[in-house]
Design a protein around this ligand. Structure first.
Ligand SMILES: Cc1cc2nc3c(=O)[nH]c(=O)nc-3n(C[C@H](O)[C@H](O)[C@H](O)COP(=O)(O)OP(=O)(O)OC[C@H]3O[C@@H](n4cnc5c(N)ncnc54)[C@H](O)[C@@H]3O)c2cc1C
Length: 288
């Protein structure tokens, strides 16, 4: 339970961080809140010789709205998301999701950028990002690219991000007024990861589904976007029958790992249960 020795670096600017990444290459790891990285180092699954702490770089912090987009600095903590008036008013799905992440101690230190970059299928932000149509700003010493959340997660602990890149910002298109939302998460106890969870955003036109996004947590090696389920609902009335049919389609794409949270059959069933709940709550919150 003791990490191997490492050298700690605390750059004050992004340029300094890129210089350190360039100098130390594969032997370096970026440190955000440390709540996933440090446990891995203590178990010696990660053995970086250099830790580059992103915590003193001001441009990685903050939440603002600009040109119809919400921009969140990667080093913004879970509690800062929860306390944000902008998110409470304009993107409450993130607030609802962040409130269900672990416990208050973890939420004081854990960051949205770390939660996404880690590529853990048990983490909650990835599915929230898929449901919100987010994209991620990845910068390196030589440039910047913006990649959509859909396609970013490629496997367990694996994303499209290259070793010389830093996630600097998360961009979310401002949800239209009246967008219904819900993050339904089943966990065994406070502080646990999801057994299964579903993130939903929903726009209605009267009784008809105009737009819907459904994303699932911890029921496959990556978060899943339930596109067949969405297609089955779009343009249709949201009834018990259509919700049941969409739920079946969402369950079909699940491929959960078996662990102490349950066997595959149970987890798939719980993914279905969370999907139905999230759809019903989102409908109750959606404007007509
Ligand atoms: C007891 C416990 C319970 C938890 N329960 C939950 C839960 O229910 N739901 C949930 O979502 N999470 C949960 N977590 C994980 C927690 O949310 C972590 O904080 C999160 O996974 C990682 O964020 P971090 O800021 O701590 O990143 P770190 O641990 O510092 O970093 C994680 C990884 O991401 C990389 N990284 C970090 N920031 C960047 C960046 N800006 N650019 C590029 N790479 C970067 C690091 O190099 C590292 O590889 C739990 C953690 C604990 C200890």
């Amino acid at each position: 339970m003791i990490p191997r020795p490492f050298e700690y670096h605390a750059p004050q600017t992004l340029s300094e961080a890129f210089a350190l990444l360039g100098a130390h290459g594969d032997t370096a790891k970026l440190l955000a809140g440390g709540h996933s990285l440090l446990p891995m180092m203590k178990m010696r699954f990660a053995r970086p010789a250099h830790l580059i702490d992103l915590g003193r770089i001001p441009e990685l912090k903050g939440i603002r709205e600009e040109g119809g987009t919400i921009r969140i600095g990667a080093m913004t903590t879970e509690n800062e998301l929860i306390w944000s008036k902008l998110l409470q008013d304009k993107c409450p799905l993130i607030v609802e999701g962040a409130r269900q992440i672990s416990d208050p101690q973890v939420r004081y230190k854990g960051t949205i950028g770390g939660d996404i970059s880690h590529g853990d299928p048990g983490n909650d932000h990835p599915a929230l990002m898929l449901a919100l149509g987010a994209s991620f700003v990845l910068r390196s010493g030589t440039g910047e690219r913006v990649v959509p959340a859909d396609g970013f997660f490629v496997g367990t602990y694996s994303t499209l991000m290259a070793a010389d890149e830093i996630m600097t910002e998360i961009r979310i298109p401002l949800p239209a007024a009246g967008t219904g939302y819900c993050y339904a998460k089943l966990k065994r106890k406070v502080g646990d990861f999801a057994t299964a969870a579903a993130a939903v955003t929903l726009r209605m036109s009267g009784d008809t589904v105009r737009e819907v996004a459904i994303a699932l947590t911890n029921v496959a090696p990556t978060p899943l976007r339930a596109k067949d389920a969405e297609n089955a609902l779009r343009g249709k009335a949201l009834s018990d029958a259509s919700i049941a049919a969409a739920t079946e389609l969402a369950m079909k794409i699940c491929d959960p790992a078996v662990d102490q949270r349950g066997d595959a059959e149970y987890k798939v069933a719980m993914a279905g249960e969370m999907t139905q709940r999230a759809l019903r709550v989102a409908r109750s919150r959606a404007g007509r």
